[in-house]
Design a protein around this ligand. Structure first.
Ligand SMILES: O=C(O)CCC(=O)C(=O)O
Length: 270
């Protein structure tokens, strides 16, 4: 583990996010894109979701032009290295008490994808700084596999709103920018790390081609992911959060450490 530059910690605290440039090279991005294309073409039985009203399917058509797949390491080992990339892991450990991976997913957008809804994974009281030490109880790492230009359906945030407790009438801001919105743009290979207490959304895509990102989302070990999803009415999600022992067996030490909570989950045999 190397020391995270103080400037990064300052920026993460001030804005609620940082952008790490050129973390993945072009050939890696192409490899990941090809693997995602293969995974999007597969079918998933999701038999455990047949109960009425249980949400959390593996693949979801989010809207016209927009696909999502959840639980990536359940279906392939191609993305495993992303759990232990040093620049990401160093910052997770600097800005969280005890980071543990929960959900992993990919979103692919094409022309016509509409705006998403503004949201945050946790409330601002789950973000704090004490004696110079940042603690966010959920931190999302977005890996850009294609360029994310301002019209490509990029992520949008309100810098600093990870601490904001002022409630706006959100219905007035459907499919449009909140005051102070910033479009988070970058090139293929860049990584955005943001506190999930930050207000964020995905913007609409008005350009040709694909905008494809990976999301590796971490929570603090003191947080119970099963109860979080149960209370939110998304209890099916937990099934793609937990990797069975045969998946974790191929992990290196860092990857195992960052998924340690899964050892204590009882899962059905694959
Ligand atoms: O990149 C995007 O389109 C937004 C993704 C997002 O906010 C989410 O998956 O929760």
């Amino acid at each position: 583990m190397t020391d995270v530059p103080l400037a990064d910690t300052f920026q993460f605290d001030a804005q609620g996010f940082v952008i790490l440039r050129r973390v993945l090279d072009t050939s890696l991005c192409s490899r990941y894109l090809a693997e995602l294309e293969r995974l999007f073409e597969c079918s998933y039985e999701d038999a455990w979701l047949q109960r009425d009203g249980v949400r959390g399917q593996t693949t979801i058509q989010l809207s016209e032009g927009q696909r999502r797949i959840n639980g990536l390491p359940l279906w392939t080992d191609v993305f495993d290295d992303l759990i232990s990339l040093p620049p990401i892991v160093d910052r997770l450990r600097a800005w969280m008490q005890h980071p543990q991976l929960v959900n992993t997913w990919a979103i692919d957008k094409t022309l016509g994808t509409p705006w998403g809804g503004w949201h945050r994974g946790l409330n601002p009281d789950d973000y704090s700084v004490r004696q110079g030490k940042v603690r966010t109880r959920m931190l999302n790492c977005v890996l850009l596999l294609t360029d994310n230009g301002p019209e490509d359906g990029c992520l949008a945030v309100v810098p600093g709103a990870h601490k904001s407790e002022i409630d706006l009438p959100m219905a007035d801001y459907r499919s449009r920018e909140l005051p102070g919105t910033m479009r988070v743009t970058g090139e293929a290979g860049d990584v955005v790390m943001f506190s999930e207490t930050l207000l964020h959304t995905g913007t609409n895509k008005t350009t040709d081609g694909h905008r494809t990102n990976l999301y590796f989302n971490y929570i603090d070990a003191t947080y119970n992911p099963a109860m979080r999803e149960l209370l939110a009415g998304n209890q099916g999600n937990i099934n793609h959060y937990v990797f069975p022992p045969q998946v974790r067996a191929r992990f290196n030490e860092t990857q195992r450490e960052l998924t340690q909570w899964m050892e204590w989950q009882r899962v059905a045999p694959a």
